[in-house]
Write a protein that binds this ligand. Structure first.
Ligand code: TXA
Ligand code: MG
Length: 321
């Protein structure tokens, strides 16, 4: 059931969380599938609905940093700096967990990933529920992350108690995940906060170590069922396009070219990276849904949020490789 995220319905959804149910809700990044992070049975339901392996840990969403003290056993200076600069916002920080965080939430790890989302609906939901909310992206495991309530509805409606509709999400890709150790910041997942922004705060280079400490990194992810191909320039795919009957081509900025029998689209009129990120999953989802033989997606420059965009595209493409 989709409900408009007004005051009354956020209150209603918070009751569901209190009663150990699950609620899909918007954050500034993507829609999350939330339950009481401190309740084992509630969290198990998230894994079941998503068909997600139990060793893949969840992110715990809080509305106030007072929770850090309760959920963790250590708050390093560097993490404090990151919190001050980026919260509320799309930066997830991995801490050493306290006893009250169940292992089901952390995929069996002694660490817990935490963030304060920058979205009024999400913040109210957490605050009215009175508990931290564990929430992965509200999609089936390995599939495209939802950036609209409609995308959640079409995938998960039968299995969630309520879907709060707060419109399209602002960033369109997930939070950046970091781990802090011995004065270094390790990037476990590229995301909506750019590594350049983090480096400015910590006055040194971050260390990219995806896949090492982040067990949630799988061969494919964010992936349509339809075959997908990343390309650089149009000339490169001109010939290949003719091998398929129904083709979708999505470029990063608006182009004027014409191929017969090709469905053409673009992510951003002027190639703005933030806008590309915002539209990325929705467009992939759309062409996956209408059914084409292949989706060709143009690569972007790997700077700023472009790194996270390319990370998502490569992992999305990996299902069909
Ligand atoms: O933007 C986001 O982060 C969204 C919204 C809903 O907040 N959430 C999200 O959750 O992307 P999910 O489940 O799709 O990705 C969570 C990932 C895990 O797959 C894993 O890689 C990492 O977070 N993670 C969680 N806990 C961790 C931990 N203790 N140590 C290392 N990585 C962790
Ligand atoms: Mg996800």
């Amino acid at each position: 059931m989709v409900l408009k995220a007004n005051e009354e319905n956020i209150r209603r959804a918070s009751q569901i969380i209190k009663n150990k149910g699950i609620v899909a809700f918007p954050t500034e990044t993507v829609y999350g599938l939330g339950a009481d992070a401190l309740d084992k049975d509630a969290v198990i339901r998230i894994f079941e609905v998503k068909e997600r392996p139990f060793f893949d840990p969840l992110i715990v969403h809080i509305d106030d940093i007072k929770w850090i003290e309760k959920l963790t056993i250590e708050f390093p200076k560097l993490s404090k700096n990151l919190v001050e600069r980026f919260w509320p916002g799309p930066l997830t920080i991995v801490f050493k967990k306290s006893e009250i965080v169940p292992y089901i939430t952390t995929g069996g790890l002694d660490t817990v990933a935490i963030r304060v989302p920058k979205n009024e609906i999400a913040l109210k939901l957490i605050s009215y529920s009175g508990v931290p909310i564990a929430a992965p992206s509200a999609n089936k495991f390995g599939y495209i992350s939802p950036t609209t309530a409609q995308m959640v509805y079409e995938q998960l409606d039968d299995n969630v108690d309520v879907i709060l509709d707060g419109g399209k999400t602002e960033y369109g890709i997930e939070s950046t995940i970091v781990y802090v150790e011995n004065g270094n910041v390790y990037i476990l997942r590229l995301g909506a906060i750019e590594i350049e922004e983090i480096e400015e705060i910590i006055n040194k280079k971050v260390i990219i170590s995806e896949g090492v400490k982040s067990p949630g990194q799988f061969k494919y992810h964010y992936a349509p069922y339809t075959m997908m191909r990343i390309f650089n320039s149009i000339d490169e795919i001109e010939k290949e396009i003719r091998n398929y009957k129904k083709v979708a081509v999505i470029t990063s900025k608006k182009e004027s070219f014409y191929f017969k029998d090709v469905i053409y689209d673009y992510f951003s009129e002027d190639g703005n990276l933030r806008e590309i990120a915002k539209n990325l999953f929705e467009k992939l989802y759309y062409y996956d849904k209408i059914g084409v033989d292949v989706i060709f997606v143009q690569a972007v420059k790997e700077k700023g949020i472009g790194r996270a965009i390319m990370d998502r595209l490569r992992k999305a493409q990996a299902r069909s490789l």
